[in-house]
Design a binder for this molecule. Structure first.
Ligand SMILES: [Zn+2]
Length: 75
């Protein structure tokens, strides 16, 4: 009769942190269009990029950039 108990539990694996977060639901790319004013070109549109499948001639969305209290909106 051979009953051997493992003397050493194999290095107790630390509880796998179940925080493996799935990559956030695929975020659509941002539009990123810079503001039309040269002084504000660092302001870029935070709206999702327009759907590339839209037919030509589809008007662009209203570009927006929220910076704290300031909201920039341009066409
Ligand atoms: Zn935009």
């Amino acid at each position: 009769m051979t009953s051997r108990t493992k003397a050493k539990a194999e290095d107790e694996a630390p509880q796998a942190s179940s925080e493996a977060q799935p990559a956030e639901a695929e975020q659509p790319p941002l539009c990123g269009k810079p503001h039309f004013l040269p002084a504000l070109v660092h302001i870029t549109c935070q709206e999702p990029a327009p759907d590339p499948d839209l037919p030509p001639g589809t008007p662009e969305h209203e570009h927006r950039h929220q910076d704290g209290d300031a909201l920039y909106v341009w066409q």
